[in-house]
Every structure is written in structure tokens, then in C-alpha cells.
Ligand binder design. Structure first.
Ligand code: 9MR
Length: 397
């Protein structure tokens, strides 16, 4: 190597080492990582930390803490509901972009990236669509056109402003469904057949060539038996592999990460292995809807610390498992919580027998819980050689 090359290479090495070891300077005070936000701590790893946003809470002037924390703690946001079909097109042909645009503007102001959620899902569809199919006034050919037009209109509207789109959500059944052999389930598979999945990715790509296109699902945090008949992770893996092999423009797989302390769940190395296997297909990954719920036993509801503490501890361990696995895999681009305060969480509304809750990282009074501190600790204590900055994903053409 010529001397000038050696000097250049040396400078790059020094700069890299400096960047990896650098801690931001604070005037006269020692740097205190525990005083940093999740987003600041994640930035060192090139990782985006996000939350689902409830627009009613964001707009509630009586609850300023919600808005403050969305802006200060997170570097990516997801609309919890307002980008879903029933919200965007409640009446056929009439779009209401208002709340979704508001979130995108908020994100821009706060230098945040947006995960678009969701283009194709069997839930929260407008009544005009489901009843039209039911009464036969919308036939198969028209339904396919409606889906194409919806994807095109929505992706075009937000073009250039969405980092990752959840193009297809929850297309695969669960072992507790009938039949128990895993299969493509729900409204779209029933009416259009599984070919809608590839179509949806192609239509989304045509409408915004720069957004990363994700398949998103739950219970795919780790592989099980390896048999796609009963292992959902394997089923999704084979689906993604087939889509890639056919040149369908899928860029990533989103693992929702809805866990519960009453389940066995996984260890970090199992989850990291699953992320790595998806990366082996050339795909990015992300945790997209992380929360860890607990059963609210009579003891928990009565404030019995012997019942509450183990749940808080188990919850923190589960959050940590997913975050550390993500940190360890360089193609895991973002880690999004499905809400950040127990005050605004979908869990109590969805699980009542027995009641469940305690699913997020701040309590109902916006006090950070042990899980929040553990997420911080994971971000602080991770670094090279095993945790290195993210590898940006290029949209597949
Ligand atoms: O958090 C969302 C809740 O407010 C809605 O009522 C619910 C309707 O099905 O959807 C919730 O979000 C879901 C997400 O869009 C997809 N994955 C599962 C999430 C929790 O149900």
C-alpha cells in the first residue's frame, strides 16, 4: 500500500474507533447515559426505537406527558389505528387523511421516521367493503381492483414519508384455529386466495419505490418444531423465501412481539437465531408491536407486591430478550413498542377473562417501570464486537 493509502486507512480506523467509543460531551458534567432517552441511547447502534401512537391521547391537552414522551423518547412512530382501512376510507371513495397526516407532521417536527401500519389486514375493514362482499354486490374481480386501488392511493398519498410499510399483516393462522394445520386465513385469503400477498407487495412498490415493504405477524419471535404445519415462524419463513425467490418486492419481516408473562416465551439466543435466519434471506427485520402483558390476579388488583413484583420482573426480562436479540442482529432496524404507558394500552380492552394489563414500560401515571430501565441498560451496555451498527436495507427492485 502507498504511504498516502496507509495514512487514509489509519485515519478511517481512528475515526471509526472514535465514533464507536465516543460519548456525547455535556458542558462541564460527566456524561450520564442513564439520563438519556431511549432514542438517544439507541442511536449509537443505528437502531430506531418506536411506539404506536394513539391520536386521541396525542391530541389531549389535559395529558401533555403523552405528547412529550412520544416526542422525546422515540425515533420512530406507528399509527395505532388511524392508517387502517376503516379510518382512512370509512365511506367508499372518500378518504379522511386528517389524523394520519397529523401524525406524519408530528414525526417530521420531531425528526422521527414513520412505520406505516397497515395496508392489508382482515381486521378494521370498513363496513361498505365487508358487507358488499357478503351480499354479493362486490365480486372477486372488483374486490381485487378495490384492494389495488386502496394500496395505490394510500402509498401514493404518503409517498416519501414512510420508512417501512406493513404491507400485509397477520395472513397466517395459528395452531389453535380450525383446521389446526397452519394455513392462509382471513378475509383476503378467503375471497382472493393467497396470491393477494404477492400482488399487494407489487402494488405497494409501484406506488413508492423507496419505502421498505414488510410482512408483519405475531408469534414469530422464534422457531419451533421447524415443521410449517405447526411452526408459524417456519411457515412465515418459507412464505418469505418463496416471495423472494419469485422476485416479489418484500424487504423485511416484522415480528410483532406481543408477549405475556404467563407464557414460557423465549430466550435471547433463540430470538436472535430467528432474526438471523430471516436476514439470511436478504431481509431486514424489526420488532413492530412489543408489549408484555400480565394476568391481573385478585392479588395484583389488591396491590399485593408479592404478586405484582414477579410480573414486573418477568415483563422486564421479556422486553430485554427481544431488544437484545434485535441489537445482536445488524439487519434488525427498529424496535417499536405497542404503546408506552399502561394508561393507553390495547391490552385491558382485549383481555378480560381473566383481566390482563401491566403490558407497557410506563405505568398509568407515566412513571417508568423496571422494563423501561432494563431497555435503557441494554442499550447502554451493548457494543462491539457483538453489537454493531445496523446495516441499512435497500428496497428490493
Ligand atoms: O391497538 C389496536 C387497538 O386499538 C384496536 O382496537 C385493535 C383492533 O383489532 O388493533 C390493535 O392493534 C393491533 C395491530 O393493529 C395489529 N396487531 C395486533 C394489535 C393488537 O391487537
Amino acid at each position: 500500500m502507498k504511504p498516502s493509502r496507509w495514512i487514509a486507512a489509519g485515519l478511517v480506523a481512528v475515526a471509526t474507533a472514535a465514533a464507536l467509543n465516543a460519548v456525547p460531551a455535556t458542558a462541564g458534567r460527566p456524561y450520564d447515559p442513564t439520563a438519556q432517552s431511549l432514542r438517544a441511547l439507541a442511536q449509537r447502534h443505528g437502531l430506531y426505537v418506536g411506539t404506536a401512537v394513539d391520536m386521541a391521547a396525542l391530541d389531549n391537552a389535559a395529558e401533555p406527558r403523552y405528547r412529550e414522551l412520544v416526542g422525546s423518547e422515540f425515533s420512530t412512530v406507528t399509527a395505532e389505528n388511524v392508517m387502517k382501512w376503516e379510518s382512512l376510507e370509512p365511506t367508499r371513495g372518500t378518504y379522511d387523511w386528517g389524523p394520519a397526516d397529523e401524525l406524519v407532521a408530528f414525526a417530521r417536527q420531531h425528526h422521527q421516521r414513520v412505520r406505516g401500519h397497515v395496508l392489508v389486514w382482515h381486521n378494521q375493514l370498513p363496513a361498505w367493503l365487508t358487507s358488499g362482499v357478503e351480499d354479493g354486490s362486490i365480486d372477486t374481480a372488483e374486490l381485487r381492483r378495490i384492494l389495488r386501488d386502496h394500496i395505490t392511493a394510500v402509498v401514493r398519498h404518503f409517498k416519501g414519508r414512510i420508512w417501512q410499510w406493513d404491507v400485509v399483516n397477520e395472513a397466517v393462522s395459528d395452531p389453535w384455529d380450525t383446521p389446526s394445520t397452519l394455513h392462509y386465513k382471513g378475509f383476503w385469503a378467503e375471497h382472493l386466495g393467497p396470491g393477494y400477498i404477492a400482488d399487494a407487495f407489487r402494488w405497494a412498490r409501484a406506488a413508492d419505490p423507496n419505502a421498505l415493504l414488510f410482512y408483519n405477524d405475531y408469534n414469530i419471535e422464534a422457531f419451533g418444531s421447524g415443521n410449517p404445519a405447526d411452526d408459524k415462524t417456519q411457515f412465515v419463513y418459507e412464505m418469505a423465501r418463496d416471495l423472494r425467490a419469485r422476485g416479489v418486492p418484500i424487504d423485511g419481516v416484522g415480528s410483532q412481539g406481543h408477549l405475556g408473562t404467563q407464557y414460557g416465551n423465549y430466550d435471547t439466543l433463540q430470538v436472535a437465531a430467528a432474526l438471523r435466519k430471516f436476514a439470511g434471506l436478504g431481509l431486514a427485520t424489526a420488532f413492530t408491536e412489543v408489549d408484555v402483558r400480565s394476568q391481573l390476579t385478585a392479588g395484583v388488583r389488591a396491590g399485593d407486591s408479592a404478586e405484582i413484583n414477579p410480573r414486573l420482573q418477568a415483563s422486564a426480562a421479556n422486553f430485554s430478550t427481544l431488544l437484545r436479540a434485535c441489537l445482536a442482529e445488524r439487519h434488525c432496524l427498529s424496535f417499536t413498542l405497542w404503546g408506552f404507558t399502561d394508561k393507553h394500552s390495547w391490552v385491558p380492552g382485549a383481555f378480560s377473562d381473566p383481566p390482563e394489563g401491566l403490558a407497557t414500560v410506563y405505568d398509568e401515571n407515566y412513571q417508568p417501570k423496571r422494563s423501561y430501565q432494563e431497555l435503557k441498560a441494554d442499550l447502554i451496555f451493548a457494543g462491539p464486537p457483538f453489537v454493531r451498527p445496523r446495516v441499512p436495507q435497500q428496497p428490493r427492485r
